[in-house]
Design a binder for this molecule. Structure first.
Ligand code: F3S
Length: 67
């Protein structure tokens, strides 16, 4: 699973960092950044939570193997 933040869509609400701080971190630019490129299965649930909770749907998740 590979999470991605679309910087054009992110409005910096920081919800993803609240839900999943091991994967998403707010940067100095006020936007969220993925800090863990290949998160382990223990993080999948919180990544999904962040994906579905982001108000602008800036977070997308692709399956690593398929790419
Ligand atoms: Fe941005 Fe969505 Fe996170 S707006 S800060 S990617 S919850």
């Amino acid at each position: 699973m590979k999470p991605h933040v679309d910087e054009d869509l992110c409005i910096g609400c920081a919800l993803c960092e609240d839900l999943c701080p091991d994967v998403f971190q707010m940067g100095d630019d006020g936007l969220s950044h993925v800090i863990t490129q290949s998160p382990g299965p223990d993080l999948y649930d919180c990544i999904r939570d962040a994906e579905s909770s982001c108000p602008t749907e800036a977070i997308t998740v692709t399956s690593g193997e398929a790419e």
